[in-house]
Design a protein around this ligand. Structure first.
Ligand code: KIV
Ligand code: ZN
Length: 512
């Protein structure tokens, strides 16, 4: 089934992009002519060989949009789709008139199910209609592509005859669509090999793969087709398309680039443009890219677990099979509750903050508390924590802070410990900040008085956190602290306890 390596040696693969046709068939998507033009320009800059711009028989607006793309694009071939009906084919040919390199694409369903229930035609009639369609298309355009719709559910002997006839008539590309995403990789590779066999007496004819993702196999089936000798693959940006979509261009291209030892196929795709093209298509179609989408998802090069981050910091190859910059993205070390101290310190250093050992220790502990209550701490929050960590080492550690009541009637309990020392408890009553100060004072034996406190809950996309900034007097010394925690009570308590000195302060010990 495999094409021999010598046969495929240095064979360039034609990348046929159908974002503007099959991709536009994504439920809810309808692109205006200016939007199609913008995407077509991006596809041409990306280096795709053929841009399928639309289905001109669908509407006059669609015909105009295809004609506009045909007039604007010069390096890529521009293709228009038509059923094997004279009016469709004429509409497609008219829309392609301004194209520098036009391709007319005709299709006909060939599976028993489609012939019987959709076309209500016999196999003989289907063969005849396909022949007429291809002949007319060849009269109107030099470059004609034929697709046997639902090829993977077509009787093998009938598909063989259809492919042989198309090759004999002189079409340049014969497409074997897995229209409903039914095939599996080994099976699809065999279907492509059979098609190559059927067209073998016309060696210039290109066999093309077109896969849908109903079973999540579109990219795998496309690669199997390449392995079996397909010289054109049809894809869409972000895998857009009917139902579960088509094979994603970025996945197929990056698989080829990442595993050249397996696929002797080269493409002209400028992979560094993939991320920007994906973002443009997502923006114009309104179909967001899932964060975990291969190659172009926001998390495709993001690392959150401590073990992975540690590996990545010493060698990116440990957890990335391709370089982020090769697809126009960048690697991200994302701080979250699974992150380790190593990555935390590296993240801060990359932003110009270097903490001493004890400061790092405290900032990292505060960060872990924050990350437990908020899935993705913001950059500002983490930098604030680091700012707190740069204070001289505190003498006390807050173990717990809780409160009940509200307004002026709060009751607060705290548990603190001297670093590596005994635990002490305290409680206080009154307005929240004063109650916390009294509780901390009772637990530590220090005299505390709040001068100013600003505490508030902030809501984030993934939950809410409390922030606190406190200015207070500690045995005559003015101190200032800030913290982020799950509750306002905890944040105020941290803001105070985290900056308490180890020894009782005197006026001499603090800045004037
Ligand atoms: O999936 C399909 O069969 C198609 C054809 C029109 C090529 O999109
Ligand atoms: Zn399709």
């Amino acid at each position: 089934m495999n094409a021999s390596t010598t046969e495929r040696h240095c064979q360039p693969l034609t990348i046929f992009d159908t974002t503007l046709r099959d991709g536009e068939q994504t439920p809810g998507v309808s692109l205006s002519a200016p939007q199609k033009l913008e995407i077509a320009a991006a596809l041409e800059a990306l280096g795709v060989d053929v841009i399928e711009a639309g289905f001109p028989a669908a509407s006059s607006g669609e015909a105009d949009a295809v004609a506009a793309v045909a007039a604007k694009v010069s390096r890529s071939a521009v293709c228009a789709l038509a059923r094997c009906h004279e009016p469709d084919i004429v509409a497609a040919s008219d829309a392609l008139r301004p194209a520098a390199r036009p391709r007319l694409h005709v299709f006909m369903a060939t599976s028993p199910l489609h012939m019987r229930h959709k076309l209500r035609m016999t196999p003989r009639q289907v063969m005849q209609r396909a022949r007429q369609g291809m002949r007319l298309a060849l009269d109107l355009c030099r470059d004609v592509q034929f697709s046997a719709e639902d090829a993977t559910r077509t009787e093998p002997a009938f598909l063989h005859d259809m492919v042989a006839m198309a090759a004999e008539l002189g079409v340049s590309t014969i497409n074997i669509p897995d229209t409903v995403g039914y095939a599996t990789p080994v099976e699809y590779g065999q279907t492509i090999a059979n098609a190559r066999q059927a067209a073998a007496s016309h060696p210039g004819v290109v066999i093309s793969a077109h896969c849908h993702d109903d079973l999540g196999l579109a990219a795998a089936n496309t690669l199997a087709a390449i392995h079996a000798g397909a010289l054109q693959v049809e894809c869409t940006i972000n895998g857009l398309g009917e139902r579960a979509g088509n094979a994603a261009l970025e996945e197929v291209v990056m698989a080829l680039r990442t595993r050249p030892e397996l696929y002797a196929a080269t493409t002209g795709i400028i992979t560094q443009r993939l991320a920007a093209t994906s973002a443009l298509v997502a923006g114009l179609t309104g179909i967001a890219v899932p964060p975990n989408k291969a190659v172009v998802g926001a998390n495709a090069f993001a690392h959150q677990s401590g073990i992975h981050q540690h590996g990545m910091l010493s060698n990116a190859g440990t957890y990335e099979v391709m370089r982020a910059e090769d697809v126009g993205a960048s690697t991200q070390i994302v701080l979250g509750k699974h992150s380790g101290r190593h990555a935390f310190a590296a993240w801060l250093e990359a932003r110009g903050t270097q903490l001493h050992e004890a400061g790092l220790e405290r900032a990292f502990a505060a960060f872990k508390r924050l990350a437990d209550s908020q899935a993705r701490p913001t950059e500002r929050q983490v930098l604030e924590l680091a700012g707190a960590g740069s204070h001289p080492p505190a003498g006390w550690q807050l173990l717990a802070a809780s409160h009940s009541g509200r307004g002026d009637q709060c009751q607060v309990e705290v548990r603190v410990a001297r670093h590596a020392g005994r635990e002490c408890q305290g409680c206080g009553r009154g307005a929240l900040a004063n109650a916390v100060a009294d509780a901390v004072a009772q637990a530590t034996g220090l005299r505390l008085r709040v001068a100013a406190c600003h505490a508030a809950m902030e809501s984030r996309g993934d939950g809410s956190v409390a922030t606190a900034h406190v200015e207070f007097d500690c045995d005559g010394a003015a101190l200032r602290g800030q913290a982020i925690a799950a509750t306002e009570c905890e944040a105020i308590a941290h803001a105070m306890v985290d900056v308490l000195p180890a020894a009782r302060p005197t006026r001499m010990e603090v800045a004037p």
